[in-house]
Write a protein of this length. Sequence first.
Length: 234
Amino acid sequence: MDEQTRKRLEELLDYRFEDQELLCQALTHSSLADSRLLSNERLEFLGDSILSLIICKTLFMQFPEYLEGDLTKIKSMLVSRKTCAKLSAGMGLHTLASVGKGMDKTRAMAGSIAAGILEAVIAAIYIDGGYEHAERFVLKTFQTLIEKADAQQHQENFKSILQQHAQQIQSSPPIYEVLDEKGPDHNKCFEVAVVLGHHRFASAWGVTKKEAEQKAARTALESLGLVDSEEATR
């Protein structure tokens, strides 16, 4: 790797490597390396786990109201190969990779290869500078997606949020009452209301009981001031 490429890469990563060979290896694909042990495959393996740890820790601390299933759903999306490939390609990391002849013309260059490079770079930063530097890079790279994932998850988990709120203020969980149903068996609509403690909130309709329960939970959260109407329908 020439000096100009190294400087460009370190500026892109906002990190200066002590071990330049480690950085070089992180960008060397197995199609070019003399041995697969000299490629970025081992770093990719380590980087995948480091990325998962950092994302899991961040989600755990940032979203204390989410249950395990909610956290797992966000985490799976964030650490997926598709997401890593998109971020890597967006940063232009794949354009700085060392690959075999013809590989730069393949779809994998902006796909699996790009994803692997990002994971390998995370591992390289971790080995070279430690966990804190790796975490800083990951959070800088993934923070916008974490916020977007939370917004999407927020819309889909009003029942989970209300459940968490109920656990904080009382021992009994929310009760979902079916007040009415209309239409033929193959095309029913359901009206559901949430009862929390001694209070019944405004009802909501849905084409399935599950949808009606989610809408009813959203209505209750809006009434409690835990979710505003614009955010809930965004």
